[in-house]
Design a protein around this ligand. Structure first.
Ligand code: HEM
Length: 875
């Protein structure tokens, strides 16, 4: 029975098994054939592509990739094959690596028309922000190109080369705060740089600054960037292994730990919420978020696009910029000899009483070269950011570059090439000094490729370069950055190769000593730092949102890359659907309208130049007039009144500018007292600085005088100014004759020259343009000089006779539309000048300065402030 059963079961099974075996064998044969065909195709392609290591079927060269820093291996391969380009097969896809500046320039810059798309990037793009993000966008079809152009255009408005000049004021202030922070806590230099870089992009994007380094927007965003930078380095580990086996990306996250939680569009809601909030807030309507919302209907911008455009500023701009500054500190420690020429230049051009400004850049070629070398020496985006992809098959030196291929510039190899950069690991600014023996030809005018190429070149380049220049230059000017000394007094070595492994790299933590270079410099840093904080006060309007993405992978980022600052905020929590992303509400919007940086008492003619300048420079200000016109505060100063109520309408201010004349004793002290008594509690300006606009006529001796010479101390205006400087922190700008717009000296002639003897008495004329007065006020506000009286003129000594003759000639040679009486008047003036020249034995005009009486030397103010008059000579 048993035997029968066995037999019967066998008699059924044998044919079934055979069929299965047969099917399996056929499948295997088909699979093997496909594999052989596929591999044959790979090898056929390999014969046409740039050289590279021999690929295996299916996996290509993936498992040959080194664990760390593959860019160094690519560089070595390039030397081994003696080829500018090499091919590495990631699975069945060839990726091409350019290891040479000239080849990169030829393909990405010169052939930008076809090399400006992106390849398929599974990990970074498809599981990341996708095609909503400019960074990843394909430009293969006309529709894709149009959308990408819209995004570039929008972001250019935000951080393009023209736009970033608008940000100089607050970028400079944030950089002053960095110097101030370095004084107070030099060991925390990394945190200061991260706060600085994040704050600048936050002001641009949302009109709000980041005050403290432990703001979650820094700790979390930077941690996320580090995670992303590490996870996206080509390698044989997950998640990048999905590029070799793309089917693994199809598994749901719950059962696919190799996906690292990718694919959830984690930052999307957070950045959109911040942008949305920024546009609803009063003040700073010029933020990038406001701009995007205003353009939204025109370009039909989706939420994901707005989020990506604002988020990009943080993602692409905060970690990169701060890492560059950390590299700078490392270079200073490792190559102290590079600092000396920079100090020599800074001491000569800037001096200790102010810090550098962008206006100094052209006068400091070595410092300029130094900053370039920072950007070259250890470029942060070490493999040039994202890969490019050609939109059609192309050839370079006979090698095929197939359409859609992943082609990437290896910045490490490019900036490490002995031919362009001899002894490349040495930090040597001389390479960027034209004519220096270390200076070598390099494609493009910049001399480096740190920001990528062609049409995909970094959109934030201008902002990053501007910010790197000002901060590197300021830290160089202010500090001696050197290796720290151990307890036994020996310098602690730093390792110039000890960098992180991410595609945005930065030095691993190292110790260093950062100390002010002199006592004067320390005082300047403190003064400017305090002032910067006050000017930045206007960006203090807080966000009600704080980022806290409490889902597992973000915790991973914080655990791996955060600095231990745990986010433990318990306030109202908003959950966005089932994304796992939460927003935490905190605090409230508290933009302090009761304090300004500069208060103008008496907005008259000068303010027509000053107010537009303050707006352009982002200086928070308020102005008064006696009738409260044009949005000003109604205020009249009555020196005889003891009632303080008039002062109560005034906001607290860091600087109070008095434009109307105070005369004699008592007026200045009354004004200071009234303001002080009504602003005792003002946190923003416990003790304001005062600037009084005065006149140069208090210097009346008939010879050369500058601001340090004796003046007529009995002059009622001088009396009031002196009193002001005694009873408050005050400084006086003694202005030469004001001109500009409708106010032209030529119109004054008939008022002051009624007769030939009037003209005979006229010697020198000193003037200054309203635009330069505005600049002078702003410069003094920023760089205040207590108890100092300055002469402000355009640094010319004009001869009245010369001017009168010139203006008369101009009128007579263009007589159209001039009334006959006026022409007669000008003829008369012309004759008087000629006659006086004969009578007074003046051979030519202008007269020698010794013959024109009082002469003012106005160089001191401009030199001290580090700016110069811009309006040229009067005509
Ligand atoms: C030191 C600082 C920075 C460095 C070294 C850097 C470097 C780069 C590099 C190498 C690329 C790829 C270029 C290419 O594909 O050829 C890139 C792209 C990009 N960068 Fe930057 N970047 C920096 C700062 C910034 C800042 C501050 C922003 C924004 C405010 C920014 C926004 C972008 C964007 C949006 C792209 C993508 C452009 C596109 O695909 O069309 N970057 N960056």
């Amino acid at each position: 029975m048993l035997f029968h059963q066995l037999l019967s079961s066998y008699s059924v099974r044998l044919p079934e098994q055979f069929e299965l075996w047969h099917a399996g064998a056929s499948l295997l044969a088909a699979g093997l054939t496909a594999l052989v065909v596929d591999y044959a195709y790979m090898l056929y392609m390999r014969s046409k592509l740039p050289p590279g290591p021999f690929p295996w079927p299916v996996v290509g060269n993936t498992f040959m990739l080194p664990d760390n820093k593959p860019w160094i291996w690519f560089e070595e391969l390039s030397k081994t094959y003696n080829a500018q380009l090499i091919t590495i097969w990631i699975g069945r896809n060839p990726t091409i690596w350019i290891n040479d500046a000239w080849a990169a320039s030829e393909l990405f810059d010169k052939r930008a028309g076809i090399y400006s798309s992106r390849p398929r990037m599974l990990v970074f793009a498809e599981l990341g922000a996708g095609q909503d993000n400019l960074l990843n966008m394909y430009t293969t079809t006309p529709e894709q190109r149009d959308r990408w152009r819209v995004h570039r255009k929008l972001i250019h408005y935000g951080v393009g080369i023209q736009s970033v000049r608008r940000y100089r004021q607050f970028q400079n202030n944030e950089s002053r705060v960095v110097a101030y922070d370095l004084l107070k806590a030099p060991d925390d230099y990394v945190k200061h740089f991260e706060r600085y870089a994040t704050s600048v992009v936050s002001i641009i994007a949302f009109g709000r600054r980041v005050e403290s380094w432990d703001d979650p927007i820094i700790t979390e965003v930077i941690a996320m960037m580090h995670l992303a930078a590490d996870l996206n380095v080509p390698g044989k580990k997950f998640p990048m292994l999905m590029e070799t086996f793309p089917f693994l990306a199809r598994f749901p996250n719950q059962i696919a730990p190799w996906k690292y939680g990718l694919g959830k569009k984690r930052a999307f809601h957070f950045f959109y919420a911040l942008a949305d909030e920024a546009v609803k807030k009063v003040g700073h309507e010029d933020s990038f978020a406001n701009y995007l919302f205003s353009e939204r209907p025109k370009y039909n911008l989706r939420e994901a696009e707005i989020s990506a455009l604002t988020g990009n500023l943080f993602g692409a701009g905060s970690d990169t910029s701060s890492s560059t500054l950390i590299t700078f500190i490392l270079a200073c420690c490792a190559f102290p000899e590079a600092l000396k020429p920079a100090w020599e230049e800074l001491d000569r051009v800037v001096g200790p009483y102010r810090s550098p400004t962008w206006e100094d850049e052209d006068n400091m070629p070595y410092v300029k070269a130094f900053v370039k070398e920072v950007l070259r020496w250890r470029s942060v985006a070490i493999i040039g950011g994202q890969p490019h992809a050609p939109t059609q098959d192309d050839y370079y030196k006979g090698w095929l570059i197939p359409k859609g291929a992943w082609i990437q510039g290896n910045i490490w190899a490019i900036h490490h090439n002995e031919r362009e950069f001899p002894d490349p690991d040495r930090f040597n600014p001389n390479r960027f000094l034209p004519g220096h023996p270390d200076n070598r030809p390099f494609p493009g005018e910049k001399g480096y490729m740190t920001f990528g190429w062609g049409r995909r070149v970094c959109t934030g380049q201008a902002l990053a370069e501007q910010g790197t220049w000002i901060t590197v230059t300021r830290v160089l000017w202010g500090f001696n950055v050197q290796r720290k000394k151990s307890a036994d007094g020996k310098p602690i070595e730093v390792d110039i190769f000890n960098y992180t492994n991410g595609l945005n790299m930065r030095p691993r933590p190292f110790e260093c000593s950062i100390a002010p270079r002199s006592e004067e410099i320390r005082k300047t840093i403190e003064r400017e730092g305090r002032q910067a904080l006050e000017e930045l006060e206007q960006y203090r309007g807080e966000t009600k949102y704080r980022m806290s993405t409490f889902y597992s992978r973000n915790n991973l980022a914080m655990d791996l890359y955060g600095d231990g600052t745990k986010l433990n905020r318990t306030q109202a929590v908003f959950n966005f659907g089932n994304t796992g992303i939460m927003l935490v509400m905190e605090g409230s919007t508290t933009l302090n309208q009761r304090s300004v940086s500069l208060l103008i008492l008496g907005a008259g003619w000068t303010s027509t130049f000053l107010i537009p300048l303050l707006k352009r420079e982002g200086v928070k200000h308020a102005a008064t007039t006696t009738d409260g016109r044009d949005g000003t505060i109604k205020f009249r100063f009555d020196p005889r009144s003891t009632d303080n109520s008039a002062f109560e309408v005034l906001p607290a201010a860091k600087t109070v500018l008095i434009t109307f004349p105070l005369k004699g004793a008592g007026q200045a002290s009354r004004l200071v007292q009234g303001y002080a008594e009504t602003h005792r509690d003002a946190a923003a300006a416990p003790k304001p600085s005062y600037i009084q606009l005065g006149v140069t006529s208090i210097w009346n001796a008939p010879h050369w005088q500058d601001e340090n010479d004796a003046y007529d101390a009995a002059n009622p205006r001088a009396v009031a100014e002196d009193e002001l400087m005694r009873c408050a922190e005050a400084s006086v700008l003694s202005l030469a004759g004001l001109y500009g717009a409708d106010r032209q000296p030529r119109h004054w002639v008939r008022r002051v020259v009624k007769s030939k003897s009037d003209l005979k008495a006229k010697g020198a004329l000193h003037v200054v343009h309203g635009a330069d007065v505005a600049r002078a006020i702003l410069a003094l506000h920023r760089n205040f000089t207590p108890r100092k009286r300055w002469i402000v003129c355009d640094m010319h000594v004009y001869d009245w006779w010369d001017l009168v003759q010139d203006w008369a000639m101009q009128t007579l040679t263009n007589p159209e539309d001039v009334e006959e009486t006026e022409l007669d008047s000008q003829r008369e003036l012309l004759a008087w000048v000629g006659e006086l020249m004969v009578e007074q034995n003046v051979r030519a005009l202008p007269r020698d300065t010794t013959a024109v009486g009082r002469r003012l030397d106005g160089r001191g103010f401009w030199y001290y402030m580090g700016i110069w008059p811009t309006q040229g000579r009067v005509r």
